[in-house]
Design a protein around this ligand. Sequence first.
Ligand code: ZN
Length: 72
Amino acid sequence: MANLIGRARRTAQDPVGDKLAGPLHAVDPAVGRPALQSHEDVSALCGTHVQVVPVEDVPDDTGLCPACQYGD
Ligand SMILES: [Zn+2]
């Protein structure tokens, strides 16, 4: 699995801050590491705008979106 994971931000209609939920996306470390500090949104490998989260915060059984999973 990628070192850095992103999750799509919830929409305004959905509450923020509850459990991590999919789909999750793989993030290029070169892009994701600074974003982990700055909390800025970045583009995942598949192009989705995501919030970067540390991989250790992601449940083991959580899958990546197909494009990120098989894209590389
Ligand atoms: Zn993706």
